[in-house]
Design a protein around this ligand. Sequence first.
Ligand SMILES: [Zn+2]
Length: 334
Amino acid sequence: MSEAPHLTFDSDMPGVSRGHLVVPGGADRGELSLPVFSLNRGEGPRLLVTGGNHGNELEGPLVARRLIEWLPEAQTCGRVIVLPMLNPLAVQAWSRNTPLDGLNLNRVFPGRAGGSVTERIADAVSRILLPMADTVFDLHSFGPTWDFPPAATTHPIADLDLMARTVRMAEAFKLPLTLVWEYNDTVGMFDIVAQNQGKVFVCAEFGGGTVGADNLAIYEAGVRNALIALGLVEGKAEYPTFRQQKSGQTLETHPSDELKSPAPGIFEPRASVLDEVKQGDLIGILHPMDSLSVESIDIRAPGTAIVFAIRSGGHVGVNEWVAAVARPLRLECH
Ligand SMILES: [Zn+2]
């Protein structure tokens, strides 16, 4: 390898800087330059905003671009660094993983300097950008085959004080859903690396992953609300309107809250996201399509809960998720 990862500008310079994070080349390809924006207004919170961690989630890069447009007039203190595309190779391919090495960037943190390109991106971000921030917003989308409300999410964190601060930060987005999400496949996530360093990390999951004007406006409002809560910009935080409602709720979900498909087929939703359901309520119907003498199968709520994700597209296989539910968060120290 020729050189170490680095920024092409001095982020300690006051005011606006635009440049690149240089990810060194390796055996699989040459160096990669990721565009970076930095605005340094001195003392105050230090925030890193990233998008394009997964390449088929395009709201994040667009909201990051918008943020860069209005931040120079709005930011009154502190330092904000914006990296709209963590993984440009995946974004250009509209692919969750990097085509070149097949890796999911959000499972290889903190990366490896001598690894493949995805691992080198994670290494450069972990070593150069992460130490410059106390708070990180990573802007994702839930995916194009799902109905999912705009949400600010985190995972359970062993450090209960960091957990409480993270949930408060997520709630400050004032999105329809704040979700504490327990799931098993968390090794190598950007979140975990940042949280292990004591940083507040909020993962925004911005709906469907197919870009629309209404959704983008909600997402941008959420990020602006969070910047107001941090004290980086002035203004009044307000709940954006989502499906005629202006409100938010904080929920928790566990692996057992995933409703799985009992057979291959097409899932027909019979509930909408944020619907309250009771045990036995119909959430959807799975229609096996390979034989018309096989009955369709009702998918029913396992108990009192709120539907937060529901499959809205794509033929499903056996044991794939078709919906997920959650319940109000109970956090001892909250
Ligand atoms: Zn994602």
